[in-house]
Design a protein around this ligand. Structure first.
Ligand code: SAM
Length: 285
């Protein structure tokens, strides 16, 4: 059977089931086999792997994953897609389709059950409206991860890789860089999807660090500092932390900044991950 990455096959499948695209679920289906090959190559999927696919749609990438991996679990929220997936994936006996909201799935338990707790690979053409909660959920819940290779909005991929002092730099950049090494595997134009998204897309691979690149005594506290700094990014770091409800005084912050040789007028947006880690450790002690 011709694969769904052939646009004609996708169009016929959609017609056959009278499927109506749901904007609220961020549905833009891939119709380009080259892009799918690039995603699988970046994820380095092998016959040993257990792969979690988030949002399989009609199963376009799932068909390729099923051929490359040992086992695939595909989590799809839209119940209208389930009979279609059962049809398009019927030739594969190593795929499980789950009709769930990925944000409500206990992925750690799934990794334990399906992969004996060993690191898993996550592959997805993500629904863009929940890119950040999905990625942060995987990291913060300490899901055993080898890597995550995901299609995101191009601008979001830029934010994940951004350096201090740039407009794109923010809480997402710091969080992603704390947990993973990033690499852009492909830039993907709107004509590779049905329907075409209004924005450009990029495939980004996040390789989870074995050890975090900085040492932090209290991760949660560091991220609360980061969030507070970027919630009021035009203010000084000192003011945004105090206004942001962090339980420290202006004097304590001033003292920590002095120890770090930073001016008291410094803004959070110019601090590196190492500096946030140091600040967090100093304020905790
Ligand atoms: N993987 C398919 C492809 O590349 O053609 C579809 C990608 S489409 C950008 C995103 C998919 O995620 C859609 O099928 C959508 O229904 C699904 N989705 C949206 N929100 C979801 C959620 N909270 N949990 C699971 N799947 C979700």
């Amino acid at each position: 059977m011709e694969k769904l990455s052939n646009p004609q096959v996708t169009i016929e499948t959609i017609k056959k089931y009278d499927f109506a695209f749901q904007k609220k679920f961020g549905q833009n289906f891939l119709i380009d086999g080259h892009v799918i090959h690039k995603i699988l190559a970046a994820a380095e999927v092998t016959g040993e792997d257990f792969v979690l696919e988030i949002g399989p749609g009609i199963g376009t990438m799932t068909q390729y994953l099923a051929e490359a991996a040992r086992e695939v679990v595909a989590v799809e929220i839209d119940k209208m897609l389930i009979p279609i997936l059962q049809d398009t994936l019927q030739g594969y006996d190593n795929v499980t389709i789950m009709n769930e909201d990925i944000l409500k799935v206990d992925i750690r338990a799934l990794a334990e059950e399906k992969n004996g707790g060993k690191p898993i690979k996550v592959v997805a053409n993500l629904p863009y409206y929940i890119t950040t909660p999905i990625i942060m959920g995987l990291f913060e819940n300490h899901v055993p991860l080898y890597n995550m290779t995901v299609m995101v909005q191009k601008e979001v991929a830029g934010r994940m890789q951004a350096a201090p002092g740039t407009k794109e730099y923010g809480a997402l950049s710091l969080a992603v860089q704390y947990y993973a090494d990033t690499y852009i595997a492909a830039n993907v134009p709107p004509n590779c999807f049905i329907p075409r998204p209004k924005v450009g897309s990029a495939v980004i691979r996040l390789n989870a660090w074995q050890q975090p690149p900085v040492s932090v005594e209290d991760e949660k506290f560091m991220f609360s500092l980061i969030r507070a700094s970027f919630n009021q990014r035009r203010k000084t770091l000192q003011n945004s932390l105090v206004n942001g409800g962090i339980a420290v005084t202006k004097e304590q912050i001033a003292q920590a900044l002095a120890e770090m040789n930073l001016p008291v007028s410094v803004r959070g947006e110019s601090l590196t991950l190492e500096q946030f880690a140091r600040l967090s450790n100093l304020l905790k002690s």
